[in-house]
Design a protein around this ligand. Structure first.
Ligand SMILES: [Zn+2]
Length: 256
């Protein structure tokens, strides 16, 4: 199993990061993808990657909730970093209108710019979408170029959402602890996505799966998500593990 969205570099893990990594290894996690948030999180992400260089890969991007009036300057620095280290994806990037719609237009521009970075470098994109699927597909529709390969991380949408995304490409969908929540609409969506387009992720420290919901999330909890997907699709956990590993290695071009 591979955690394709892990923020173990954040301060929530400062006290016990090594234990967290050891538990992930013991739980059968083969690799962790670390997506950046913004310029402030970058030094911690790099330090964590350097502590576990073979076990982690990094993605570079400016998160939509970090887009503000100074976003063009932030983007310039983010692009310089993107070209200064090895990254397996551009991310996480996208549009988030749940907390704040003030910078809606700026978020759309930043998303478009970062999609072009990925296209130019042949990298996939880790997309964060919250209450903004219409805006994201609007950016896709106006995109000048060939869209890169994308994963809709922390996907919690409907079959119709999947269909409207697929009009733009054969994208992947990152499934996390939300799938274990009682009110999740995902169970009927999973079959529509199909195992060959699902990636496993935690989004830790957030979105902790049942039975640990309410506590800090960590990468070692991925098996609970895999088990729920296996149960929903009527396949073995082993098949979920093998197929989603192949999906992740293929999308991010990771050699392990
Ligand atoms: Zn994230």
């Amino acid at each position: 199993m591979i955690d394709t969205h892990s923020h173990i570099y954040l301060e929530e893990f400062d006290a016990d990061r090594n234990d967290v990594v050891n538990r992930a290894v013991a739980a059968g996690l083969r690799h962790l993808v670390l997506p950046n948030v913004d310029l402030e999180t970058w030094p911690q992400m790099l330090a964590t990657h350097q502590a576990y260089p073979a076990y982690t890969s990094m993605a570079m991007g400016l998160h939509p909730t970090s887009v503000n009036a100074e976003f063009r300057q932030q983007l310039e620095q983010t692009r310089e970093l993107l070209d200064s280290h090895k990254f397996v994806a551009v991310g996480e990037v996208g549009i988030d209108l749940y907390w704040d719609t003030t910078f809606r237009n700026e978020q759309m521009e930043a998303f478009d710019v970062q999609l072009h970075w990925a296209e130019e470098r042949g990298l996939p994109v880790i997309i964060h979408n919250r209450d903004a699927l219409a805006e994201i597909t609007e950016v896709f529709a106006n995109y000048s170029g060939t869209l890169p390969r994308c994963v809709f991380h922390s996907f919690g949408g409907t079959r119709d959402d999947v269909d409207s995304i697929r009009r733009f490409g054969d994208f992947y969908f990152g499934i996390n602890g939300v799938v274990t929540f009682k009110n999740s609409r995902l169970s009927e969506t999973l079959a529509h996505i199909g195992l060959d387009r699902i990636l496993l992720e935690t989004d830790c420290p957030y979105l902790t799966p049942v039975p640990y919901r309410g506590k800090r999330n960590e990468s070692s909890y991925v098996p609970y998500i895999a088990a729920k997907i296996a149960d929903t699709l009527g396949v073995s956990i082993d098949e979920v593990s093998r197929t989603t590993d192949r999906n992740a290695l293929d999308l991010f071009r990771i050699n392990i």
